[in-house]
Every structure is written in C-alpha cells, then in structure tokens.
Design a protein around this ligand. Structure first.
Ligand SMILES: C[S@@+](CC[C@H](N)C(=O)[O-])C[C@H]1O[C@@H](n2cnc3c(N)ncnc32)[C@H](O)[C@@H]1O
Length: 269
C-alpha cells in the first residue's frame, strides 16, 4: 500500500481534497498565511497530519463546516463598511442611474448573500421615486453551501448590526428565534449563481462590481487575472469597489482609474 504523503505533500493532498469537497482552491491563497491557519486548525482538532485531516474531511461534514468557518472564507455582514455604502448611495448609484437607467450590479464572492441583499435594499430605497426597482443584481460565489444560504436569505441578528430599525421593518421578516429573513421584494432583485473567479467567464456590461474581501488571500498572479477580467466586465464608466485592505497597483493597466480609496472607475472613451 502507498504510504500517506508527508509534509508539503500532505498539505497539497489536503488542498486537493478541500477543492474536491467545496470547489474552493486553497492553492490560490497566499501559502504561508493559509498554511499557518490550517496548522492551528490541525492542532485544535488533534489531528496528526494534513493527510489524516483530509481523510477525515471526506466523511465528516461537520468537520468540513468547522474548517470552512475557521478559514476566513465566508465572513460577511449586511452593509459591511457602512461608509462605502454611503458613497454608493450618494454618488455611485445616482450617477449610474442617470447614465444607464436600468442597472446590472454584481456581488462577486457574495458568500451567504448579505452584500447582494444590501445592494438590493439600497436600490429599493433609492427607487422610492417610482424608478429603479427593475435593476438586476447578480450574486456569485464558488461555494455552493454559501449560495444555498444566500438563496434562503435568513440571517442572525449579529449580521444585521448596520441595518437600521426602519430597514429591518421594511425589508426583513422575523423567522424564528433571533433570525430574520429578507422579504420577497428584496430577493426578487437578486439572482445567485456559482462562479469561480479564477476559472469561469465573467459577465459583461456590468455597471457596478463589488469584489470585497475575496481576493485578499489570492496570489499576486491570481489577483492580476481577476482585476484584468473585472476591467473587461465593466461597462464604460462602471465602478469596481474593493474591500478595505485591497488596492490595484497601476489600475490603468486594466482600463481603470482610482476615484477614491477602494473605488475604481472604468475609463470612458
Ligand atoms: C470573506 S467572503 C466575502 C463576502 C463579501 N464579499 C463581503 O465582503 O462581505 C469571501 C467569499 O469569496 C468566495 N471565494 C473564494 N474564492 C473564490 C473564487 N475563486 N471565486 C469565487 N468566489 C470565491 C468564498 O467562498 C467566500 O464566500
């Protein structure tokens, strides 16, 4: 019988198994950080090696979920970084609505849907003048489990700390103890699809992309690939919003210009 792979080989084996089970490619993440996290997880679970951990993941769904929760993979909340949403509300969305009317927004790396639904709420609030509720929001993620949760649209209070009481009353309904479900008119604006930013073709003609806290652990090469394709994905004058620790080096390479921290605009002809 083959002996179990050791050391680095065991680590690669775990990456491969994790990809088979979740679709998530840990090798696209910066190696040292990810390896440290996995090492700590290994100790916590009292597993002897990456290889034995990988074998246990195959038959233990709870362990797989614990590992996904432990890696900074699906962390999200409604209106994360509220000041960014404020800028979308005051500047970006009104400008785009003026130019394009009906908008196509993309939450790339949407996780369990809090970001896409936050955009939907924003559009519904801005659309109270009678226009603007026929926009389209696409939420994509590589993780099928996260996408099922997104479609369900049910969240604990902890994820709603930036949701105002008025928003809670208008756009959510209570659903069991301390759980809130987004209402149908919010859900109606959002479509979820599985999409791997490193492998699948990107949608075209997007007016606003939110890609926040997704590429942080990607290698430089993977990031470049993502930003290049996002540049091509945007309509002229469209915007790309990144997370708070993310920036694009020389964005003009991708036809983008920095408007303010974390916000890029595709150049007009
Ligand atoms: C930390 S969450 C960010 C959620 C949301 N954007 C936010 O900032 O609140 C990162 C998400 O990126 C997803 N992800 C990781 N690699 C991906 C890939 N190659 N393609 C698409 N999504 C990916 C993960 O599954 C996870 O749901």
């Amino acid at each position: 019988m083959d002996s179990p792979p050791q050391g680095n080989m065991g680590y690669r084996y775990l990456q491969q198994k994790f990809k088979e089970l979740t679709g998530i490619d840990l090798s696209a993440y910066k190696d040292a950080q990810m390896a440290r996290r996995l090492e700590t997880f290994l100790q916590r679970e009292k597993e002897a090696s990456f290889y034995t951990l990988a074998r246990r993941l195959e038959r233990d769904g709870d362990l797989l979920q614990r590992l996904k929760d432990y890696l900074p993979i699906n962390v999200t909340e409604f209106f994360r970084n509220p000041d960014r949403y404020q800028r979308l509300r005051e500047k970006v969305i009104p400008e785009l609505r003026q130019r394009y009317g009906k908008l196509f927004l993309w939450s790339a790396g949407a996780s369990i849907g809090a970001e896409a639904y936050s955009l939907a709420i924003l559009l519904l609030e801005l659309g109270r003048d009678g226009k603007g509720t026929n926009h389209q929001i696409l939420g994509t993620d590589i993780d099928e489990g996260a996408l099922s949760a997104a479609k369900k649209g049910e969240y604990p209070r902890a994820l709603l700390k930036h949701v105002t009481e008025a928003q809670l009353a208008s756009f959510f309904e209570a659903s069991g103890k301390d759980l809130f479900r987004v209402r149908r008119d919010v859900k109606r604006l959002v479509t979820y699809q599985r999409h791997d930013l490193l492998a699948d073709p990107y949608p075209k003609g997007v007016h606003l992309i939110l890609c926040r806290n997704v590429v942080i652990y990607f290698s430089e090469e993977a990031k470049e690939k993502v930003y290049r394709q996002m540049g091509e994905s945007l309509a002229e004058g469209g915007y790309l919003l990144l997370g708070s620790s993310e920036s694009i080096w020389q964005p003009q390479r991708f036809g983008l210009q920095l408007v303010e921290p974390f916000l890029y605009q595709k150049k007009m002809p």
